[in-house]
Design a protein around this ligand. Structure first.
Ligand SMILES: Nc1ncnc2c1ncn2[C@@H]1O[C@H](COP(=O)(O)OP(=O)(O)O)[C@@H](O)[C@H]1O
Ligand SMILES: [Mg+2]
Length: 234
């Protein structure tokens, strides 16, 4: 098991947001957390990164308990996180952004280089000298993922990566995520785009009001129009 979220509760100050949440992710697996706006998807990813304090439960990563560690230590252990707001440096070039993400490789994670990134994402290659702030939304999302890959993560947390992207770019993102899975990386998505999420994911989870309502395979959820209507319809 790559990531094991065990009965966690978490929140902001006195406001509890997550309640007794369980979620597991294997190496080479893509999993998605689905749920409406405000359900607790981002909070779940932030809790894994220790950016939101845990009030109960445990989080294990690659066989080690991480919920007492700092965000920096968790990242160093191989957890890559791309927040919803995509956190790139707008005033730095694409190449400088990639260099800023570089960390020493560790464990069995593949070792990423700029050359390998450009091979994986050929659309970024001619943009190396461009100021990141001038890129399109899709290019910025690819750069945000690429910059995180430069840290050689073994597990990737992507918060609403498809948000605001044109369908063709969402397709590129799907291809990228599948390629990473093929290399043994684990990917946990938080998404509202059900179609994209179920097309790329092996397993799916639905949360509502910070509680788990469904866990199963993406295929099982594909067949549960009732669940999608109850928890995911806008
Ligand atoms: N920084 C914060 N302080 C207090 N409450 C927050 C904060 N961020 C999110 N929340 C609340 O936590 C709940 C879950 O939010 P979030 O995890 O962002 O949901 P989602 O990502 O599924 O849209 C919401 O009720 C939201 O208002
Ligand atoms: Mg969110």
């Amino acid at each position: 098991m790559m990531l094991s979220i065990r009965s966690i509760s978490a929140g902001y100050g006195p406001a509890r947001v997550l309640f007794d949440l369980n979620l597991e992710l294997r190496a080479g697996e893509i999993s998605v957390i689905l749920g409406r706006n405000g359900a607790g998807k981002s909070t779940t990813l932030k809790t894994v990164m220790a950016m939101v304090p845990l009030s109960g439960g445990q989080i294990w990563f690659s066989g080690k308990r991480i919920d007492q560690r700092s965000t920096w230590e968790i990242a160093r252990a191989g957890m890559g996180y791309v927040p919803e707001e995509r956190r790139i440096f707008p005033d730095l070039s694409v190449l400088e952004n990639l260099e800023a993400g570089r960390r020493l490789p560790h464990g069995r994670a593949p070792s990423w280089s700029v050359a390998r990134i450009f091979k994986l994402l050929p659309a970024l290659a001619p943009l190396g000298e461009r100021r990141a702030g001038t890129l399109s939304g899709g290019e910025q999302q690819m750069l945000a993922v690429a910059r995180t890959l430069m840290g050689n993560p073994s597990c990737l947390l992507l918060d609403e990566p498809s948000e605001g992207l044109a369908p063709a770019v969402v397709e590129l993102l799907a291809t990228l995520v599948r390629t990473l899975r093929g290399e043994g990386m684990a990917v946990l998505l938080a998404e509202q785009n059900v179609r994209f999420a179920l097309a790329v994911s092996d397993t799916a989870h639905i949360i509502e009001k910070g509680g788990l309502r469904f866990s199963g395979t993406a295929r099982q959820l594909q067949e549960r129009a009732d669940l999608r209507a109850e928890y995911l319809a806008l």
